[in-house]
Write a protein that binds this ligand. Sequence first.
Ligand code: NAD
Length: 453
Amino acid sequence: MTTTTSVRNPATEEVLQEVELLDEAATDRAIEASARALESWRRVSPADRARLLQRFGDVVDEHLEELAQLEVRNAGHVIGNARGEAANVRDVLRYYAGSPERHGGRTIPVAGGVAMTFPEPLGVVGVIVPWNFPMPIAGWGFAPALAAGNTVVLKPAELTPLTAIRLGELALEAGLPAGVLQVLPGKGSVVGQRFVTHPAVRKVVFTGSTEVGRGIMRGCADQIKRLTLELGGKNASIVFADADLAAAAAGAPGGAFDNSGQDCCARSRMLVHKDVLDEVLELLRAPVEGFRVGDPADEDSAMGPLICADHRAKVASYLDGRDVLLQGSCPQGSGYWMPPTVLRAESPQDPAFTEEIFGPVISVLPFADEDEAVRVANDTEYGLSGSIWTRDIGRALRVARRVEAGNLSVNSHASVRHNTPFGGFKQSGLGRELGPDALEAFSETKTVFVATD
Ligand code: NAD
C-alpha cells in the first residue's frame, strides 16, 4: 500500500510537497534492481568509474544553487550553509573519483607461489540518512561506496527527502547507470529496517540517533552484516585560562548554534576555567545576543528554525523553568523558532549538560584544573568531537590525546573535512567515514594464491 508524507518548510510550516513513501515490497524491488546493477557496475573499469563520479560531481556543481535553495526550503538551513553543503557533495564526489584507479591490492611472497589481494566491492550498500544534514551525510555514504564498486540504496529522513531525491536524478543525468544509486523515501521502520533484514544488502551505513543505531546494530548481527554507525554527540569545548578568550568566545556561538544546534558535532558543553568564567561570559554576550536568527533564505541570517514542532517542543523542555545566562532572539509566529541560549549547568549531571539537546543551547560549567576538565569532558557515553582552547601547545596536544572523542580541534570549532577521517568513539559510532581510508569500509579483502611450483 502506498502512503505519502507532507514535506514542510520549517520556517513557514507550509507544505512543500507530498512525497510517496515506499512500502516493503517496493523496497525489495529496488534492492533487487540494485543487486542486478551491481553485476555490471563492478565490471566498469576503474578509470570509467572515476570519470562517472567526476561527472556526477560536475553535475552537482552545475546545480549547486538549486540544491542549496531546495535545502533552505526543506530543512531551514541558512542559504550560506546550504551552499556549503551542496558544495560538500561535489567535493566528496571529486575526492572519491580519485580513488577507483588507486584502490589496488598487494602481492605477498609465500612458499610455493604468489599470493595477491584484491579489494572487492561488498555488494548492495544501504545508506540511512538523518534530517539534520541531508546532503553531506548522503554523499559521505554513497560517494566512497560507489567508488569502491558497490551499488547504493539510500533512504533519506522522512522530514527531509527533497535534496536526496534530486541528487538521485542528477546521478542519472551524469550518466550513472540506472539502479547504481537509488533514493528510496520511506519510513525508518519500513525501508530502513529492510536494509537491515534483506540479505542482498551487504552493508548498512547509518547516521542518526544512538538509540536507533543500537537497534540497527542488533539487527545487523543476524547476518553479520557490515555496519558503519555515526551517532549522537555531546561535545565539549574546553577553554583554558591562557587561551585567546576573545577568539574562543567569538567562535563558541557558531560552534554550538550552527544549523540551529542540530549538529552531532555541536559544542553544546562549554567547560571554562573558573578564573576566567566571568570574563568569558561577558565576551559571549555580544555574539550570542547578536546571533542573527531569521528567514534562512536571507543572506544575513546565521541561524534558521528547528526542523519540526515536536523537536522544538523537546528542545524547549530543557529550558523550562530555568534561568538563562544569555539569550538571543528569534522570529515569532509561524515556523519552529528557538532563540540561541546559554545556560549555567547546575552540576556535571545536569540533563542540559549531559543529554544531546540537538538545539541552540550551550551549557557552561567551570573547572579548576586540567585533570578535572578532562574527567568532566569524558564523563559521557558519547565521544564524537570537541575543542580545546589554549596557547600552550603541549597542553593542547596532551588534552587532545586524553579526550575520548574522534575529532578534536585546537583553537577552532571545525570538525569535518572531506579529506580527513570522521567518526565517533564510544556510543557516538563505529567506523570512520571520509578521508583517505573510507574505501576500506566499502571493500572486502580477497586473497588469491597462485601456485608456481
Ligand atoms: P533517527 O535515528 O531518528 O533517524 C535517522 C534515520 O534512521 C532516519 O532516516 C530514520 O527514518 C531512520 N530510522 C529510524 N528508525 C529506524 C529503524 N528502526 N530502522 C532503520 N532506520 C530507521 O535520527 P534523526 O533524529 O533523524 O537525526 C538526529 C540524530 O542523528 C542525532 O542523534 C545526531 O547526533 C545524529 N547524527 C549523527 C551524526 C554523526 O556523524 N555522528 C551526524 C548527523 C546526525
